[in-house]
Design a protein. Sequence first.
Length: 240
Amino acid sequence: MKNIRFVLVGTTHPGNIGAAARAMKTMGLSNLHLVQPKHYPSAEATARASGADDVLASAQVHDSLAEAIADCQHVYGMSARLRHLPVPVVNPREAITHIQQLPDTSEIAIVFGREHSGLSNEELDRCQYLINIPANPDYSSLNLAAAVQVLAYEIKMSFDPSITVGRIGEDREAIDAGDLEHLYSHFEQTLTTIGFLDPENPRNLMRRLRRLYNRADLDRNELQILHGILRAAETGGQDK
Ligand code: SAH
């Protein structure tokens, strides 16, 4: 992921540069290049980066796109409008699948255009691929930092999709088939004791209970609760 640089060309609003830095940092990316930003450095960029100022501080500023991508083997241009250019157009996921197949030593640039006018034809000519975020055809232009976020997220999802906060229920202790059998015999015994199950005429009660609890994906804690309820039912609530 370190070899993937995001290049913002001719950004007008410094706030968008800060928001782009934040979007990148949240997804573990930090390689930011700026080509002729209109106002930079800027307090507004730093404010909008809100904590991603390290990404801003290490951003390299260039006089031209040519300079920003000079050492890159693969250059992808982000375009909201699909011009009739002889350049292959892919969606972000397709682009990243392609990037993942490149050697680790490849330097890759993803180039974003100006807020009002996007990338010029001359700049697009320097791109081997165009990436289009498939958006609403009647309203397809994302805010610059939002487009950066979409790409950064797709990169993160392809390279490292692991969730960093604990998943709810992750500490559930699994039970096995033997535990379930023990539960079912406890059910059978208790339901007989309390007169709910007639051993002379059991019908399909135990089979239905099995179906119910087999579906339930019980964990050990839940299993213990059920055993506790059965014990309490058997003793008329004396043994909680
Ligand atoms: N009005 C400009 C778009 C400006 S949005 C135009 O029509 O070209 C600023 C930049 O965000 C674009 O240059 C492009 O790099 C990126 N972007 C916005 N929406 C996008 C989309 N749907 N697909 C790909 N890139 C997009």
